[in-house]
Write a protein that binds this ligand. Sequence first.
Ligand code: GLY
Ligand code: MN
Ligand code: MN
Length: 414
Amino acid sequence: MKEYFINRREKFIATLPNGCVALLFSGVKKNMSNDLDYPFVVDKNFYYLTGLEEDKLIYMLIKGNDFYKEFLFTEERSKEKELWIGPRMKRHDILEISGLENVYSLNDFDRVLGSYLKSDTQGVFDAIYLNLPKTVDPFNKKVDEYYANKLKEEYPNIYFRSLYNNVCNLRLIKDKLEIENICKAISITKQGICEMMKNAKNCNYEYEVESFYVWTLKQHNTIESFKTICASGVNATILHYEDNNSAFLDDTLILCDLGSLKNNYASDISRTFPKYGKFTDMQKKIYQIVLNCNKEMIKKLKDGYSRREYEEEAANLLAKGLIELGIIKEFDEVFKYYYHSVGHMLGLDVHDVGKFDEFKAGMVVTCEPGLYIPELNIGIRIEDDILITKDGSINLSKDIIKEIDEIEEFMTNC
Ligand code: GLY
Ligand code: MN
Ligand code: MN
């Protein structure tokens, strides 16, 4: 396993100039209230490079002209604290997961960093790279920003640069381990969706259907990759409806947009099905437009296909369907009923990072056309997770049923 992380770091290190220091922090727990913290979520760039997911870890890289050296700093935990919250990862665990050999106490961090950074007394390296995204939310500061400010005061003659995009751009192309993790997350999601479909007819409220999804994840010792959307009727026309607290009306469709995590990798799937397992005629017609678009766009995805065309062609297909059905007359009216993009990158983040204009083999992208027609109480989205290959694409979620007759049959016979 550690070979993957060593390999990613080698690629990352190659993107940096000689004569610099790079620092990435795993992050710190965020306080919820008084002495309670939120569950810790590791910084995704840090995880990508190390495979480690404890709080208060620092990865340090020293890149010279003809050598590089890596360090990992970890907090030492007192025996008394271990009695309350258990031990931290040991040196050999860190080596086994990440391949990082030089493990030091956090107490040594300032001293080791100081021995490399240029100052009046010691050090020669005058550039430091930090994991800082461009847009900075003043109410949600990263520990990296705290250190950036601290180090700027201590080392006024050092250049500060961001390594954020260096890592994000590597994250665009997934390796075998990442794809395996995404597939495992999709497989758990599939089981959860089946449970929702099986049990929907006996539920009165959206949250009851949602509970079958969350239950399935718990059975697999995992959690949602984002807050589950379980929206019926007109609620499904709100893209990120998360309340899930409405009572079902008769003949309603249920739009579920949900995902799970496997080793921090996300699935992101949407399925829409009728509560009692039978679509009305109008629901079928709108559903079929979205389904055709989803299937056509998956066929178009391949290495070299442009992102702009992906968006434009999806909107064209949806518009054509609505014009044929007499719901709209002109192409531009489609945006009254379709108001999001057809896909985004997927990986360690649900809306994954990295900049690109053209799809490349190894990317994983969602294909999620939708139509939202409040006057008909209809919101439909069908979302699959697609791996781009050299010759085309592989639908990683193809086993999650989406044809009208498959859904009706499954829900009738389960
Ligand atoms: N679940 C959010 C999205 O599909 O983008
Ligand atoms: Mn999505
Ligand atoms: Mn989604």
